[in-house]
Design a protein around this ligand. Structure first.
Ligand code: SF4
Length: 355
């Protein structure tokens, strides 16, 4: 529950608002997993809480640690589904990449999660638990979680309400206290959800573009048939941005598919006039599927074309590839077939603006 919801819930028991803050601190700062540990609450209150509520902490499967320090953790959900999150240590940051759905319905051609199909939406409790687990692990080493990116399994804006509730907890000063600048929601381009969330929270957005023309993008990302590039780029321009901030345009480079200089030129023209920075992501081969990683020369050439068009562009470092934790490689425990795809495009309701 975001703070406001918890306050309202406790008000029905006649409890003061600060009680909700106390509980938040216990859960998100001291990682208590049981109300009995919350010793500044009266015994009777703790018992009442234990009778009606639960601090959700789904069992953690295993954590794989990559040679570059990246850690991938498997979480088992109560109904047997499984999701993964990835903790990426960098010099001055500890970034957690979290999942928001078990599987994904959008079937982007290059993505292992999409290939496994959609299982179900995660609850905010399940989503935020990934952050609690990582923050606790970091605290044990005297470190702190600094950034959260919704780039794990699933399309966050196909699960907009639970993602918004999670963001409320991440941003609450009594929760994780992260600023919107440190939270990035990555979307395949669910336009209504993106605009609704941008209204509700000042988070950062990363939009997967992945092809500069509709014909090609529809092949790589079927969602393009519903939200084509022209509409998507127009929507990106409508995201309110504080000064100096930009929307990130993600572009997975697929050898021989979308990595030619012509593609780079078309992308530069498409993004002209937008406040964007481009993240180039050389495809991480995950063993199945038709795509291959681009050559370093092709990736460099692509970047040069964008830079010479005046577009800020970086090529993302590949992290965690040896433990299948890199972009597009997460798939929980699911086999890649048979496909179980449920078309759920279109859910866009965002509620709550909890801080
Ligand atoms: S890239 Fe993202 S939206 Fe596309 S199938 Fe994978 S998880 Fe879903």
């Amino acid at each position: 529950m975001p703070l406001g919801e918890l306050e309202a819930f406790l008000a029905r028991w006649g409890k003061e608002r600060y009680r909700a803050r106390q509980i938040f601190r216990w859960i998100y700062r001291r990682f208590a997993e049981d109300f009995s540990a919350m010793t500044d609450l009266s015994k009777g209150f703790r018992e009442a809480l234990s009778g009606e509520c639960r601090v959700s902490s789904p069992p953690v499967g295993k954590t794989d640690v990559s040679g570059d320090g990246t850690e991938k953790t498997l979480f088992r959900l109560e109904d047997g589904e499984a999701v993964e999150s990835v903790l990426i240590p960098e010099e001055d940051r500890r970034t957690l990449c979290i999942s928001s759905q078990a599987g994904c319905a959008l079937r982007c051609g290059f993505c292992a999660t999409g290939a496994a199909g959609f299982r179900r939406n995660m609850t905010s409790a399940e989503i935020v638990h990934q952050a609690c687990f990582a923050a606790k692990r970091l605290a044990e080493r005297g470190e702190r979680l600094t950034n959260v990116v919704f780039m794990g399994m699933g399309e966050p804006l196909e699960n907009p309400d639970e993602v918004a509730r999670t963001i409320g907890i991440l941003m609450s000063p009594f929760g994780f206290g992260l600023s919107g600048k440190r939270i990035t929601v990555s979307t395949a381009g669910v336009i209504p959800g993106m605009l609704a969330l941008a209204e509700a929270y000042p988070v950062s957005f990363a939009v997967s573009i992945n092809a500069p023309r509709d014909d090609l993008r529809s092949k790589v990302m079927p969602i393009n048939r519903k939200y084509p590039l022209k509409d998507l780029v127009a929507a990106m321009k409508r995201i309110p941005l504080r000064s100096g901030r930009k929307v990130t345009a993600e572009y997975v480079l697929l050898a021989g598919v979308n990595d030619s200089p012509r593609d780079a030129g078309d992308l530069a023209r498409l993004l002209r006039g937008s406040r964007v920075k481009v993240n180039l992501i050389p495809f991480n081969a995950h063993g199945e599927g038709e795509f291959a990683s681009p050559s370093p020369a092709a990736a460099d050439r692509f970047r040069e074309v964008l830079l010479s068009a005046g577009i800020q562009t970086i090529t993302r470092e590949r992290r965690g590839a040896d433990i299948r934790a890199a972009c597009g490689q997460l798939r929980g425990k699911y086999p890649l077939s048979p496909r179980r795809v449920v078309p759920i495009l279109g859910g866009t309701k965002i509620s709550g603006n909890e801080r």
